[in-house]
Design a binder for this molecule. Structure first.
Ligand code: SAH
Length: 341
């Protein structure tokens, strides 16, 4: 819910009211009617004056692996996608968007191909989490949906600050960035002990600039220094995300070059199988990914391979573009510039 609007609506009420309402929402309440410790008249007035969510649900898709993707809309109709991943070990992780669309243009990512809308507010970020919280407990949150969190850091941190009340501790909250240097520095200085993930994707500046234009502005050396500083201050390893693109960044020498860039105490690599987007890239096969992972491990770099989730509903990393999954009849959903499917 729009927490600023809630505060306004509660002017003249005892000061604890806003907290009380938020506490219900954070525990998964479905509406004001459930807030039984609020006077009935107040519940009715709030229901009339403050929409329970700042986002409306347009559609929801369920993947064969149980992943849920919600397409939500801001009050003025901007698309926002959020994903709930459920794992066999009971972990329930929400992947949230920090912006509608993304102003950056990473060449392999579907979000980068759609039009940028705007930054989301802290309430709009929280409402993505609450959407899934109403279905059951959630315990992890990753800022890996649409948008670049560091370009909207104040709202992102505002949302992070309230996540523990929803059930997600700071240590289980991860902010992923393309390497927006000023943002990494600001995050290091913030008080919240959230995790940092860096989308690296290439072990040298020439290739990285081809894949991610942002590298021209903030080249590798400075970005990695900022990540080391974050680690030095926080004592928490930085995740390096590396999407595996066949014939582009998956060669043995590139694994060695990547290992040379990273010190094993400060970084941990997560290899991401490429999820199909309407771009010129193909993903490395499972064998190539396994070989790359073992080359890194032999150099002493802790390495994991990310499970691909929700691919059949375009809910996997880099596929969020607010369009319908292939063949799913997308009534009312405008196709992104790349077309549906
Ligand atoms: N803008 C931030 C947050 C988005 S996180 C960032 O880039 O870090 C989404 C992650 O998925 C990023 O690591 C991104 O590079 C990666 N990604 C983008 N397109 C992908 C694709 N098609 N397949 C797999 N991963 C992809």
């Amino acid at each position: 819910m729009d927490l600023a609007r809630l505060e306004d609506a509660l002017i003249g009420q005892p000061r604890f009211r806003a907290r009380q309402v938020w506490a219900w929402a954070a525990r998964g309440a479905r509406g004001y009617a459930e807030m039984t410790d609020l006077p009935a008249g107040l519940r009715e007035r709030l229901a009339a004056e403050v929409p329970f969510s700042s986002l409306t649900l347009e559609r929801e898709d369920r993947s064969r692996d149980g992943t849920l993707k919600a397409l939500l809309r801001t009050h003025e109709g901007r698309p926002v996608e959020a994903v709930l991943m459920r794992y066999r070990d009971e972990r329930r992780s929400v992947c949230v968007s920090s912006q509608s669309g993304c102003p950056l243009t990473c060449s392999f990512c579907a979000t980068g191909q759609m039009r940028f809308g705007r930054n989301l507010t802290a309430s709009e970020i929280l409402d993505q989490v609450l959407h899934f919280r109403r279905r059951g407990a959630v315990d992890h949150c990753v800022f890996m949906g649409m948008g670049e969190p560091m370009l909207n850091l104040q709202a992102v941190l505002g949302a992070c600050a309230r996540l523990p009340e929803v059930g997600v501790t700071h240590r289980r909250t991860t902010i992923s960035t393309v390497g927006w240097l000023p943002g990494i520095r600001r995050l290091s200085e913030s008080e919240l002990p959230v995790r940092l993930a860096l989308s690296l994707h290439a072990p040298d500046d020439a290739l990285r600039s081809q894949l991610m234009a942002v590298n021209e502005r903030y080249p590798l050396a400075g970005v990695l220094d900022a990540c080391r500083a974050y680690h030095a201050r926080r004592r928490r390893r930085v995740f390096i995300e590396y999407v595996m693109l066949a014939g582009v960044n998956d060669r043995y020498e590139q694994a060695l070059a990547l290992a040379r860039l990273l010190d094993r105490r400060a970084f941990k690599v997560n290899l991401i199988p490429f999820n199909p987007t309407d771009t010129a890239f193909t993903g490395s096969g499972p064998q190539a990914i396994a070989a790359f992972a073992s080359a890194l491990r032999r150099q002493g770099i802790p390495t994991t391979v990310r499970l691909a989730r929700g691919r059949d509903i375009d809910a996997a990393c880099g596929q969020l573009a607010a369009r319908a999954p292939a063949g799913a009849g997308a009534a009312g959903v405008p196709a992104g510039p790349a077309g549906a499917g």
